[in-house]
Design a protein around this ligand. Sequence first.
Ligand code: AMP
Ligand code: MG
Length: 407
Amino acid sequence: MIEMDDAIRIVLENTQTIDKTRVGLGDVLGRVLSEDVRSDIDMPPFDKALMDGYALRGAAIASASQEAPVALDVIEEIPAGNVPQKRVEGGQASRIMTGAPVPEGADTVAMVEDTEADADPEKVRVLAATETGRNIARLGEDVRVDQVVLQANAVIRPPEVGILAAVGHVDIAVYRQPVVGVVATGSEVVEPQHKPKPGQIRNSNGYSMVAQVLRAGAQARYLGIVEDDVDALIHTIGEGLETCDVVALSGGVSAGDCDLVQDGMRDLGVEVLFDRIRMKPGKPLTFGVKGAKQVFGLPGNPVSSVVGLELLMRPAIRKMQGMTDVHLPIVRTALSADFRQTPGRKQFVPAHSVQGKNGAWESTWVGHHGSADLFSMARANSLFVVNAELAHVKAGEELDLILLERW
Ligand code: AMP
Ligand code: MG
């Protein structure tokens, strides 16, 4: 039996980043860059008007006011997308639209709100001074040609999709998403479309595991239910090892006569690196490797399966696809009520936690009925961590709190 921290370390020491691939802009959300991305242009690519108004020389309107407007000759109109043809001299202005290039000679854009029409349609009256240089974004002020705009290992969120588009990066080098094969084991387990007969239960784990795998950024391949039979297990784990990067099994890892997952793993040449963790829930969690492939045997109890996947498999899945931030965030929390446990194993307790206005977290145990209570997990947004040696944590005492990803 090993400690949780050692289990996490062993999993990550045995996790390699997988190969690279390329995707288009439509498929890049959530993916991880495998190379730095540089801009192929200056941004903005020209001096650009930030307001609708008049491009002019700031000095020409320095004395302008409501009482003493300055009349300028309007020499050109420049809609966005057009290139200015005329140079602006003192006493002149070009009507300009937001996003259009500022003409030569002009150093300022006066907002249309600071102007009014003149009796002469070829002129404009400026009613206020504008500080020289205002309302213009300068060429290259955001980014220079060849500048790195996104670094390797960045996770692409919606704003990064926009940046990739802006720098013309349409064929993007990313890490391949790991493929995780999901297997539910147990002769009592039936698919959800069937009403369980006496002694049977529905396969909830297989589907919640697929969902967790997808949330961790990987692809999931559902490999079905396997009865508690070593040959059947060898067949399906073998299929998973051939077609997937990771095989995740639920059930069949405890000490019972029907718990044959470890036997199946060993028969296929999987090196089992641990098969017991001093944690609650989830003690019989099993982890093995065959080359770069990994096999996780998660306990069948639904809460154990959810917690084990989040705390041990999720970091591996994230590391495989190049993410550097692999662990769930940890904060400190106070408990809203006393909590007692039998000392011996580090406990990860499903909790509903809220952050007060002062930033402090407070956690309430969601009160599950043992590790089979799937419904408690749906009320939890976090896990508070009670160290193995503690028997009693008083209300208000502080503990570590693991924040689950928003489900
Ligand atoms: P095991 O780890 O195989 O001993 O299973 C522990 C408990 O979890 C048993 O009560 C099983 O019936 C239950 N269980 C096992 N597999 C699943 C599953 N796929 N979905 C829901 N519950 C399961
Ligand atoms: Mg079982």
